[in-house]
Design a protein. Structure first.
Length: 242
């Protein structure tokens, strides 16, 4: 039986996959007893990317989804600007559940903004934002939320940066960081149930291309890589393997 060219085999392998890792492609070729050299395989992947038949999805990751995810930052622009005016040299990362509102199945009555910064800055940030009429909580957990945290309008939750951390190009967090942080917050403060989280995750990764390598790297730093891998597999069914 004719096995086909490496290019044809890559296209055959990837046609029903939203994302795939080069290691899984190699296993597929090996199972078919196809001989290949790493340089030749990478060259074929390069030309397929160049022809937009597949697309890059992070280090050693590829995707058949053409459009990259574009995150709406309108809901955090005001708070980011306010912080920079007061603390022009502070490094922080900011995101809001409002940025994900089109992906919810059950839209929440109120949105929450999360700000991550060096732990030494958090008390000053809390005082400043409280003085500016924000509903601010410093590093709350579920037991505290159940007792006194009211998730009402203009609610901000402050957290310390996760170390070691990858520097953000801007203060707005990437979608990859948000998806991992959102998983953590779902557990920490009962932000939503696990099924809602899975729906949001699936709606994002199946309709727009994200950086899978960045997602998993950050999940590893947050010590939940296996859980995020399980979420990916659940979202993509048999289309993702690890």
């Amino acid at each position: 039986m004719k096995k086909g060219t490496i290019k044809e085999l890559i296209l055959s392998y990837s046609k029903d996959k939203y994302y795939f890792h080069i290691d899984d492609l190699k296993k597929y070729l090996s199972r078919r007893r196809v001989k290949f050299k790493n340089n030749s395989l990478k060259q074929n992947l390069y030309f397929l990317k160049k022809n937009e038949q597949i697309h890059e999805a992070g280090r050693a990751w590829y995707s058949t989804i053409k459009n990259t995810f574009v995150l709406d930052t309108k809901s955090i622009e005001k708070i980011v600007s306010l912080i920079y005016k007061k603390f022009p040299f502070i490094e922080f990362s900011c995101w809001s559940t409002e940025q994900l509102k089109i992906f919810y199945h059950h839209l929440p009555s109120q949105f929450v903004t999360f700000i991550y910064a060096d732990k030494d800055y958090l008390p000053s940030l809390k005082d400043f934002l409280t003085d500016n009429n924000y509903n601010v909580f410093l590093n709350p957990y579920k037991s505290e939320v159940d007792k006194y945290v009211e998730l009402k309008g203009k609610t901000i939750i402050l957290r310390a940066f996760v170390l070691p951390r990858k520097a953000e190009k801007e203060s707005g967090a990437s979608i990859e960081k948000i998806l991992v942080d959102l998983f953590m917050e779902t557990k920490k403060i009962n932000l939503m149930d696990s099924e809602e989280y899975k729906r949001i995750f699936s709606n994002i990764v199946l309709n727009s291309r994200i950086n899978m390598a960045e997602l998993l790297d950050y999940a590893e730093r947050r010590k939940i890589k296996e859980k995020i891998q399980n979420t990916i597999t659940s979202s993509l069914y048999t289309n993702a393997t690890f």
